[in-house]
Write a protein that binds this ligand. Structure first.
Ligand code: SLL
Length: 210
């Protein structure tokens, strides 16, 4: 599980997190006004329980929804709904022992439709996620202790299953593998060139030695 990164010199903590949405098309038979089921969420990078730092997440939906302001005071910080259209969702993340001015406010654009007008699928969700970090500089003592300790458990939600193909962790592992392969290629080229240089130098010295 990802712990916040602590910088002693600056006395800062950096808390990684992910926010976004996942949407399923409900098919041709669905009602026009409820053609998609979607979720918008704030989650830990590795689905860790962020309630050690987060006090609440307030989602503000489009006015066409009944009670558009949804306050979640415990994880999973998810709003699940059905609807027909895309819109921007405001998310305000409040932290323990902090005042309202320290609330982090983000906007996520809910995506329901596949990119480039691709075909809609009832099985494959349209996932739009963002990685972000929240920085705390010299936080109040109880929050400092919580950040120092980091997460203690993961959150089990349906969300985990929906997001496995696109999880940032998997992307990171894939990127690291690709980097390693590129590094191996460079190492091989460098050693080939070194050998050629060595052979060439030997050739020159043999010429001079006659
Ligand atoms: C659009 N600007 O025109 C956007 C607005 C609003 C979507 C989209 C409501 C569903 C319900 C809903 O999906 N609103 O009332 O339950 O595309």
């Amino acid at each position: 599980m990802r712990k916040p990164h602590y910088d002693q010199a600056e006395d800062t903590f950096v808390l990684p997190f992910v926010y976004g949405s996942s949407a399923f098309w409900l098919g041709k038979q669905s009602e026009e006004e409820h053609s998609h089921r979607w979720m918008v969420y704030v989650r830990g990078y590795e689905f860790e329980d962020l309630s050690y730092a987060i006090k609440s997440v307030t989602f503000t939906l489009h006015q066409s929804f009944a009670e558009p302001v949804r306050v979640l005071t415990k994880p999973p910080y998810v709003v699940e709904e059905t609807g027909w259209g895309e819109f921007s969702i405001k998310m305000a993340i409040a932290f323990h022992h902090c005042n309202a001015t320290e609330t982090t406010v983000l906007t996520h654009h809910l995506r329901l439709f596949p990119e480039n007008r691709g075909a809609q699928s009832m099985r494959k969700p349209v996932v739009a996620e963002h990685y972000d970090e929240i920085m705390f500089t010299s936080p109040p003592e109880p929050l400092r202790r919580a950040l120092m300790q980091g997460p203690t458990q993961k959150v089990e939600t349906d969300l985990n299953a929906y997001l496995t193909q696109t999880s940032f962790q998997e992307q990171e592992i894939k990127a690291l593998k690709e980097l390693q392969m590129a590094q191996d290629k460079i190492d091989k080229k460098t050693s080939d060139l070194r050998q050629r240089l060595f052979d060439a130098e030997r050739g020159i010295s043999n010429m001079g030695g006659d």
